[in-house]
Design a protein around this ligand. Sequence first.
Ligand code: TEU
Length: 513
Amino acid sequence: MSQTWWRGAAIYQVYLRSFADGNGDGAGDLAGLRSHLPYLKDLGIDAIWLNPWYPSPMADGGYDVADYRDIEPVFGTLAEAERFIEEAHELGIKVIIDVVPNHSSTESAWFKEALANPAARDRFWFADEPLNDWQSIFGGSAWTQVPDGQWYLHLFDPGQPDFNWNNPEVHQEFEDVLRFWFDRGVDGVRIDSAALLIKSDTAYEDLDEVHDVYRRWREVADEYDERILIGEVWLPDQERFARYLRPDELHTAFNFDFLSCAWDPADLRRSIDLTLATHTPIGAPPTWVLANHDVTRPVTRYGRADTSFAHGGALHGTPTDLELGYRRARAAALLAMALPGSVYVYQGEELGLPEVEDLPDEVRQDPMYARSGGTNPGRDGCRIPLPWSGDEPPFGFGTGAGTGAGAARPWLPQPESWRKLTAEAQRTDLGSMLNLYRTALSLRRELLGDGTLTWLPSGEKVLAFTRDSGLTCVTNLGAEPVPLPAGEVLLASGPLVDGLLPSDTTAWLAQRS
Ligand code: TEU
């Protein structure tokens, strides 16, 4: 791959706990991931991004990190992680890991030291009383009291104490952590909650000093070949967002504006234009994201009356037309994959998995659910263990799971109806979501990726553009079928009708020369 492999990459997000269980204990692990590397190679992705794989009490699915230099025993060992990195590289797949610099875990050595010794509290935000009335992003107060009476700040769960980035030790620690993983061959890091690190007494989002952190991190990354920094930056203001992508800061950042869009031609076109307008002048490639481990799955979201995504708006029990959502998710995938820049695929997206909305309350694990008093269903519904094969749960998720007495069930239950959605069932079905993704990713590799886009004239319910290679992408978001421009149809998200592109369908065409 070129020096700039990441500019046009297709990056597959692995939520390790739910990907594949290699030892039958009910939780996904590195052994499971390693055994499915050929599947990912065959799917046609360029890189894997793994959610946190570090030792963790799992107060927030691993985003509460107890040790940044080791692997959670449920997932495997450091030696296995190194083996995984080598095996991925042998297949030509890059490896991106998650780094969580905003907060730690109450089980981290630093926090335990701070609890034991009030003189060792400066790496976190401790105070005699809460310094403000901030609310945790998961609900409830952002301050928790410790037994000796002081309070500490946690923007997320109480199990996730925030670091004090005014302390130089915190800077040094994370630069060392980056080197620790780059030395082990990791190709990039996804930076969790990247805009929240720096705090004043009254604000914590997007303070200017945060850019100094990333300038320094960029210097560290540049000590190595082709290592990239990817920001998780949720900011409504695109000008502010673009500041993270200046040439001496992060390489790319997730495009949450696009992810949050309704299935609506004007909204999508606005977001695409805005994205290109903010990225092009600074030379940063855009990213296109439809799903991740925090977001209602697109098949479900696009089947509702309100197809946009907003945090806290992930309410379950909303009437949903899953067939409609599925058709739109196919069309959206081809649209996203045709846009210039890199694209993310969240595990299970390629299988067309819906959100699981009917989990029994007692199995829900996301702290958002408990901390909102149950008013927010949380994010467990998009984190259900993948269905690989077979006719009944656990659908090949675990080698041992469910096959004998004492075998553990997957950590979240899978719906019976997923028998139709297993990777095995979809492999031989040419019309399946899996084969749509596979074909699209292969064509994308040949004809798309980084570069420019030219809009074509079209009706207002249609998005039509060509790419440098001549590939034309047309998405019909209107109710009526529309004619296609001249050219050979290479791929379509659904069948054409009398040569016309039906509602909620995308086609890719090659121009006739
Ligand atoms: O997410 C940051 C973030 O802002 C989200 O928490 C978002 O507000 C929430 O998911 C609502 O849906 C990152 C991770 O992606 C998320 O999984 C973690 O829970 C969070 O950081 C804390 O580490």
